[in-house]
Design a protein around this ligand. Structure first.
Ligand code: PEP
Length: 259
C-alpha cells in the first residue's frame, strides 16, 4: 500500500478521566508545556475530554490541539435526560466526535443502528466523525475479522452519502487490544486497513476513499507507535491510556512527526 497522502491524525481519548477540574487543570498545564510554540506540521492532534471540561480546555486557546467529544446523542434537543447533542458539542468548541467506541458498544449496548443515527447527527451538525470498528478476540480466532468489519461499516454508514465520506475517519480498534497490553503486528494492522479500504470503496468510490483517514487504536504506546501508526500507509492513531500522560502522548506525536 502506498504512502498516506494525509496529514496524520492523533486522537487522545481521555474517557472518564480526570476526576476533577483541578486535576484536569494540571493535565492541561502539562499538555501546554509539551506543545507550546510547537508547530506540528505533519500531524493534527485532537483531545477528547469529558464534555464537562470543554470550556476549561477552550480557555487555554491551544493553537495546535483541537477538541473532540467522546460521544453524542442523535437527537437535536428535547426531553432526553443526561444526553448531549452533536450541536451542543459543536457550539462548545469541538470539531470532532468519536462514535461507536467499543466501550459504548459493550457497556451501553450500542448497536450499528444506534451508531448510524449518531453518525448522521454528527455529520448534520458539521462535526467530523471518528468511527470505531473492530473484531473481538473470539471473532479473530475464528477468522471473522473481515465479515465483522464489513457488517459494522455497512450498517454504520447506511444512508450516508458519498459527499460526507471525507468527514469520516475510520479507526480500526480490535476489541482484544483496547485497554490491554496487546497490540497487533504491523502486518495485521495493514491487513485490516486493506480490508476496510475495500469495503469503503464498494460503499463509496476509490476517489472518495482516498480522502478518508484510517487510524489504528488499541494499546498504542510510544515504544510500539512505530509498529502501528508510523507505517507510511497509516493515517494515525486513537490513543486511550497514554493520552492521559501528556509527555508520552506527545512522544508518540513526535515519533509520527519525525517519520
Ligand atoms: C481507546 O480508548 O480508544 C483506546 C485505544 O484505549 P487504549 O489506548 O487504552 O487501549
Amino acid at each position: 500500500m502506498r504512502k498516506t497522502m494525509h496529514k496524520k491524525l492523533i486522537v487522545g481519548n481521555l474517557k472518564m478521566n480526570p476526576v476533577s477540574p483541578a486535576e484536569f487543570g494540571r493535565y492541561l498545564d502539562m499538555l501546554e508545556k509539551e506543545t507550546k510554540g510547537k508547530n506540528f506540521e505533519k500531524t493534527e492532534i485532537v483531545i477528547c475530554p469529558p464534555a464537562i471540561y470543554f470550556r476549561q480546555f477552550s480557555e487555554r486557546k491551544f493553537k495546535n490541539i483541537k477538541l473532540g467529544a467522546q460521544d453524542v446523542y442523535w437527537e437535536y434537543q428535547g426531553a432526553y435526560t443526561g444526553e448531549i447533542s452533536a450541536g451542543m458539542v459543536k457550539a462548545n468548541g469541538a470539531e470532532y466526535s468519536i462514535v461507536g467506541h467499543s466501550e459504548r458498544r459493550k457497556y451501553f449496548g450500542e448497536n450499528e443502528e444506534i451508531i448510524n443515527s449518531k453518525l448522521k447527527a454528527i455529520l448534520r451538525s458539521g462535526l467530523k466523525a471518528i468511527l470505531c470498528v473492530g473484531e473481538s478476540g473470539e471473532e479473530r480466532k475464528s477468522n471473522q475479522t473481515a465479515p465483522v468489519l464489513k457488517k459494522q461499516l455497512e450498517k454504520s454508514l447506511a444512508g450516508i452519502g458519498i459527499g460526507k465520506a471525507e468527514y469520516i475517519t475510520i479507526v480500526y480498534e480490535p476489541i482484544w487490544a483496547v485497554g490491554t497490553d496487546k497490540t497487533p503486528s504491523s502486518d495485521e494492522v495493514l491487513e485490516a486497513k486493506i480490508v476496510i479500504k475495500k469495503i469503503l470503496t464498494v460503499l463509496y468510490s476509490k476517489k472518495a476513499v482516498e480522502k478518508m483517514k484510517i487510524l489504528y487504536g488499541g494499546s498504542v504506546k510510544s515504544f510500539c507507535a512505530g509498529q502501528v501508526c508510523v507505517d507510511p500507509a497509516m493515517d494515525g492513531a486513537l490513543i486511550g491510556r497514554e493520552s492521559l500522560a501528556p509527555y508520552e502522548f506527545i512522544k508518540i506525536v513526535k515519533i509520527v512527526e519525525e517519520k
